[in-house]
Write a protein that binds this ligand. Sequence first.
Ligand code: ANZ
Ligand code: ZN
Length: 835
Amino acid sequence: AEKFDSSAAERRWQDAWDKAGSFRARDDSPKPKAYVLEMFPYPSGRIHIGHVRNYTMGDVIARTRRAQGFEVLHPMGWDAFGMPAENAAMERKVHPGAWTRANIANMKAQLQRLGFALDWSRELATCDPEYYGHEQALFLDMLAAGLVYRKESAVNWDPVDNTVLANEQVIDGRGWRSGALVERRRLSQWFLRITDFADELLEGLATLDAWPEKVRLMQENWIGRSRGMKFRFALAGRDDGFEVFTTRPDTLFGASFAAIAAEHPLALALAETDPALAAFIAECRAGGTATADIETQEKRGHDTGLEVIHPLDPAIRLPVFVANFVLMDYGTGAVFGCPAHDQRDLDFARKYALPVPRVVAPEGEADTPIQDEAYTGPGVLVHSHFLDGLSVDAAKAAVIARGEAEGWGQGTTQYRLRDWGVSRQRYWGTPIPIIHCEACGAVPVPRDQLPVVLPEDVSFDAPGNPLDRHPSWKHVDCPACGKPARRETDTLDTFTNSSWYFIRFASAPADKPFDRAVAEQWLPVGQYIGGVEHAILHLLYARFWTRALSHIGKLDVAEPFAGLFTQGMVTHETYKSEAGAWLEPGAIERRDGGLIETATGLPVALGRAEKMSKSKKNTIDPDMIIGTYGADAVRWFMLSDSPPERDLAWSESGIDGAWRFVQRVWRLASDESLAADVTDDKLARVLHRTIAGVTEDIDRLQFNKAVAKLYELVNALERAAPSATRAAAIPVLLQLVAPMCPHLAEEGWAARGLDGMVCDAAWPVADPALLVEDQVTIAIQINGKLRDSFETPKGRDRAELEAEVLARDKVVRALEGKAPRKVIVVPDRLVNLVA
Ligand code: ANZ
Ligand code: ZN
């Protein structure tokens, strides 16, 4: 037979599917619905191998569900806003829009080469005004419902580029571009009230049993609900005080100081008359806002000279510091310091020579001094008066009870989760549809003026926000009073774009964000697949939007993604030259069992398999490998070898193996030897076990296991002699292979002259009778002599076996039609008849 011509088959079948509209999802279909979605890509320029793995998995599910009789929604689009487009504009003088659209065209062509069963009619790019205009409408809906507000908050400010930086853009305290020392500034920003949903988002996790445990745990930790206490410290000799928040009220007798944030109102008030404090506050403002920075920063403070009164013992006084490790935006912006049991407090206490009294200790260690490490382990309360001997939990409860009874404090539920700041001082994002008027304040853009479209004529030659610099865009009249006013020039965080795209995929009318009834037919997404890097923010924000939209009556969906799967990375060996430079796989050769650099003949050091990255030169270009091996072999390899949640090591031998598999299936499919008129029970069993196994493996997303079973089936078919069973099994093989290697399957289907396309054929169903794994041979004895034997499933009961034996021709003849005097049945072994 001829070799399988992958590129001809790819063109032919991609065309045929397209013409037939095979993968269009019909809203009005009477079939049960299945929504399969992979996290949509950022149009960075080219598809990388990680995308290929991700989308191949989704495609296998989508194609299988379709064959199983579901109406499948499997859409694709582009998460098209974000910084890289602006960086490209700055570096290469190309408009972010033009850059993005060129990338989309490129990547779409690449995806199409892989033959994914996508409904391209639903394609969207978040940078299309049709998309972000509806997003603006949803933002205004949330604003009207009180889920959006504006407040001042601290941001990382790059004083050279005059711009706000995200935490990730601050490296070692400096702006990633300018290298300038970053300052902390307070700016008015827009926030979404995700914290209103903290409990719901936390409790909803319990319903997501088709999510990886680890992702649920990450979300839980991120939301970070904890029991704590707020209480008031009175300042000695004054009639004011301040509130602190603690998660360890049990350690209150271990307090040796109190500390407030640099931006705390008390600190600011004291600074007015204390120049040294004012200078210290200014220093604290320099430095990033990331918690990680704050954790690693040297702990520093300024002694205010004030003292607070200990709430449990008025005789105890504690000094009050302004400290750089206390955040204004968390808790109350003030703490009590317990150095023995909190590392930050310990570092601080050592620096300022404060006492370190221990109040929690394991048995017998009440007087063991604390050294360099705070004690956070278990134990009972010591040196704590009425708390002595209590467990940590009991002591927490006792202090909260005392505070509530005496009126100086109360128990709280605290969340690590903060409201979501969505303002970005950038061009390439959804414009926030607000107009600022001196008289009327922040006025929503009237609905009939949406979308607020980004201006095209912007420049990127100066730092800062191009929208703000634009000569005319922001100057508008106030929609309320008609006086000159100013457009909001902040755009929305790109995470808002990805927080509802799956709803728009399900329903995309022109005049509104989505049609509720249609969207609800599809939602929730049955299977969502993507990278674990989105385990927290994207998934949490999307869950929040879904709940928020439901809360305001736009939708009634509790959780957007019923099933979630996070796939592993694709890795590749790395190579280093003698000089220590990374080498591309193409620059090396294997010789005499070693590796050498082709250009120099020098030996090459083989490095670990690592995530493919440009910097390590260990990337593989999807286009190139599709060209060499064909889309089906690439898809097949992406599913083989490793469980999908683990990393997959790209290897030449692996993709070669996949290519050979494709050829073997093709040889079977194009085998024209006539079917012999016999059946082959053994092969039938293998076939049906494969049908059942592959179906189950795909259901459980264990693609590598499905692949292994298909290898076995191919082995069996190759070995089997011609038979009717074999002839009938080959089309079934093609059906089972179709989700993974769809072009090969169609080509084989056509080669065998079968009707229609394999993608339209109903998924094969295993015959349960052929699935019984363990067969046993039952011996039939008559008067102790072996007369006959037969195969039967293991574990059948005595009566059944007896009846079956007595009905057998040979037995009836041997007994001459009479009933036996006695029947002895040894289950799974023998039936002895005494005549
Ligand atoms: C006293 C104490 C004693 C604390 C002890 C811890 C251990 P999580 O669990 O992250 O919520 N804290 C409170 N507000 C703060 C702020 N604005 N900036 C910096 N730190 C703040 O942490 C809660 C703990 O972090 C609180 O409990 C408080 O220190 C500190 F043995 O209070 B703790
Ligand atoms: Zn006005």
